[in-house]
Ligand binder design. Structure first.
Ligand SMILES: Nc1ncnc2c1ncn2[C@@H]1O[C@H](COP(=O)(O)OP(=O)(O)OP(=O)(O)O)[C@@H](O)[C@H]1O
Ligand SMILES: [Mg+2]
Length: 505
């Protein structure tokens, strides 16, 4: 028994490892289109499916052996009666099949609804501040209670089938019992009274036979219970395998190359992209960025700046054109090798529920304390970290809730600075910083320029003055490019935007 548990847990752990790895490797196209709760539910609950089936199969084989042994014994007792007993077999098979299909369908439905419930809860927890601010607690509760109601409804529909199944099975067996009793009774009547034979069927033999028959029907009942169970586990497994079979859209091509991490030229060659919704987000973007340049991407909100950066980290592949590192198409490179070239600060600063030191070291596990402190200093984070009672050992809350927005942003910047990747990619790193902090960060970036290539996306036009090249984006295209002064004197969109910004100050 213990061995059984042990094997089951070992097996389930393996399934979870595979599923977790798969989820980690699946591209953002997969994750952005599905609620997180669904993946969590598959990992925690559905993962029991595959080994549940194995367990049931073991139980089934025990029942099958018992069934075979009992059948042999019964045949040796009385062939005619045993054959009569088997008249129920087709009905048993039919009901197994019929209820199996229904239970499977109901189990799949119930699992989907439970996964939706998990997603609902996960989302409701993350929007508690929003719910409180807009006094939506009551409607949140209604949403939750509806989701719970759907889950209970689906469970009841599943349970109903689970209850009907043994009922049908027992009815079939009762009819079978009646047939045998009738046939056996007739045999007794024939052998004892009609034309008596010495070794004919007697009441005693019939009773003994009926007793054996009960022993035959026990494993039959187990078998049908196993079939019901296996259908439920099968539904869970199907949800697991659906993820495992999912195509990895962004993955290493066969023969993908590993290249050493160093400064390289990045080329964007007629890059076009859409998220699959049919709307072209980027069109025909071409540019070459040489090592140690600091370039800026500016443009209206929604122009496609963050999307372009996602292509640089190969979160997605372009739908047309190519990105290259020194003439090597991104898709020819191994993902870890490619991504190792980049340190990335996303637009929404992600911080981990761990200490500040661990948060920074996420970019470079081997970082020493001195390196961590230097990165924090460069990101303008050292000051506030030193002022915390626990300093670098301060544990951050989930989502960095115990930091200010600007502090979170500086943690994210420090993390990226700690990684000595040749490309530093920053998506609006100063949006939450005050003008003084922003000035200091831009100075830091200029100091780093000698050692790295820097991509800066920003709405603060005064911070791009010293960039080597400014790309002005509009509606997914680059409409102007050049150094700051040249863009100003050409009098295009950039110079107009810059004048407006200055006038506003
Ligand atoms: N995951 C996604 N699926 C579908 N469309 C998306 C997705 N992410 C962004 N978009 C769309 O792509 C367009 C460009 O978005 P993007 O985030 O690249 O703009 P941006 O220039 O970074 O804007 P901002 O300055 O506001 O950050 C927008 O119209 C947006 O609606
Ligand atoms: Mg953006």
């Amino acid at each position: 028994m213990m061995i059984n548990y042990y094997l089951n847990y070992r097996g389930t752990t393996r399934v979870r490892f595979d599923l977790f790895t798969k989820l980690q490797n699946l591209g953002l196209t997969y994750h952005r289109n599905r609620p997180q709760g669904d993946s969590i539910y598959r990992l925690i609950t559905d993962a029991f499916g595959p080994w549940g089936i194995v367990d049931v199969v073991i139980g089934t084989s025990v029942a099958a052996v018992t069934l075979t042994v009992m059948t042999i014994i019964l045949f040796s007792r009385n062939v005619g009666l045993t054959l009569a007993a088997f008249t129920v077999a087709p009905f048993m098979i039919w009901s197994n099949w019929r209820f199996g299909v229904r239970i499977h369908k109901r189990a799949l439905e119930s699992k989907q609804i439970d996964a939706d419930l998990a997603s609902h809860i996960q989302q409701a927890m993350t929007r508690i501040p929003l719910a409180q601010a807009f006094r939506r607690e009551n409607s949140e509760f209604r949403g939750f209670s509806n989701a719970v109601g759907r889950s209970v409804g689906a469970l009841l529909r599943l349970n109903w089938q689970e209850q009907l199944y043994p009922l049908a099975r027992d009815s079939i067996l009762s009819v079978g019992g009646a047939i045998i009793l009738g046939y056996g009774g007739w045999l007794v009547y024939r052998d004892q009274f009609l034309s008596p034979v010495a070794d004919g069927m007697s009441v005693g033999t019939l009773l003994i036979f009926m007793d054996y028959l009960r022993k035959l029907w026990d494993p039959l009942k187990w078998l049908s219970e196993f079939f019901a169970k296996v259908r439920i586990f099968e539904a869970a497994s199907r949800r697991v395998f659906r993820v495992l079979d999912e195509a990895e859209t962004v993955a290493d091509a066969p023969g993908a190359r590993w290249i050493p991490r160093k400064l390289r030229t990045m080329t964007l060659d007629g890059v076009g992209f859409d998220y699959g919704g049919g709307k072209q987000i980027l069109a025909n973007i071409s540019a070459a960025i040489r090592p140690r340049q600091m370039v800026a991407f500016v443009g209206a909100s929604g122009a496609g700046k963050s999307t372009l950066l996602s292509l640089m980290l190969r979160f997605y592949d372009p739908t047309s054109g190519a990105l290259r590192l020194d003439d090597l198409d991104f898709r020819e490179l191994r993902l870890d090798s490619l991504r190792g070239h980049f340190a990335f600060v996303a637009q929404d600063s992600l911080v981990l529920p761990a200490t500040i030191a661990e948060n920074l070291a996420y970019a470079k596990q081997s970082a020493t304390r001195a390196e961590i402190e230097r990165a924090a200093e460069a990101a303008g984070a050292a000051e506030f970290i030193d002022a915390l009672p626990q300093g670098y050992e301060t544990v951050l809350a989930e989502g960095g809730a115990n930091l200010s927005g600007g502090q979170r942003q500086r943690i994210a910047i420090a993390r990226a600075l700690l990684s000595d990747a040749p490309f530093l990619v920053l998506d609006e790193p100063t949006s939450a910083l005050d003008p003084e902090q922003e000035r200091r960060l831009i100075e830091t970036l200029h100091r780093l320029k000698g050692s790295r290539t820097i991509f800066l996306v920003t709405h603060r036009l005064e911070s791009v003055v010293d960039c080597d090249c400014i790309f002005v984006m509009s509606k997914g295209q680059i409409i102007e490019r050049g150094a700051h002064d040249a863009l100003i004197s050409s009098g295009g969109a950039f110079s107009r935007a810059r004048r407006r910004a200055e006038a506003a100050e």
